[in-house]
Ligand binder design. Structure first.
Ligand code: CA
Ligand code: CA
Ligand code: CA
Length: 144
């Protein structure tokens, strides 16, 4: 969920996602339903999101985890995932995501690295700096 916001901001899959799915994403992060995502809710989401993406559940996100998570996500949204799509679209996006989050460049993303990346993203999305992500701020992440 914040998967889109937190997880793969700026990737092809985000731009393919339907508006309805993104709306659901916001609602699923906003647990107390007050219409904003605070850092506590975002934090709680990081754990869920990390383990969602850690397809082989070894506690690290590797290129293969990112790739498989994206394939699953694309299939869930009804896309036909051919090997062509994987090599042309998904693999480059997975690589980009890994590079973005892998600060020490050892080829895998620890939960600490992931959390750090999401915190940066959170700050960037929080345009008015009130420590919360409103629906408007959340929606505006697209097209960046
Ligand atoms: Ca893994
Ligand atoms: Ca790393
Ligand atoms: Ca805000």
């Amino acid at each position: 969920m914040l998967r889109v916001f937190f997880g793969i901001a700026g990737t092809v899959l985000v731009t393919c996602a339907s508006y309805a799915q993104q709306t659901d994403a916001f609602l699923s992060i906003d647990r107390n339903e007050d219409g904003v995502i605070d850092s506590f809710e975002a934090d709680a989401h990081v754990d869920v999101d990390f383990s969602d993406r850690d397809v082989d559940q070894d506690g690290w996100l590797t290129l293969s985890d990112f790739e498989q998570a994206m394939v699953q996500e694309a299939r869930r949204s009804g896309a036909k995932v051919t090997s062509q799509v994987v090599s042309d679209v998904i693999r480059p996006a997975a690589r980009q995501q890994l590079q973005m989050l892998d600060h020490n460049q050892d080829g895998s993303v620890s939960k600490a690295e992931y959390r750090e990346g999401q915190a940066v993203l959170f700050k960037r999305m929080d345009r008015n700096g009130d420590g919360k992500i409103s629906r408007e701020e959340f929606d505006r992440r697209r097209g960046e």
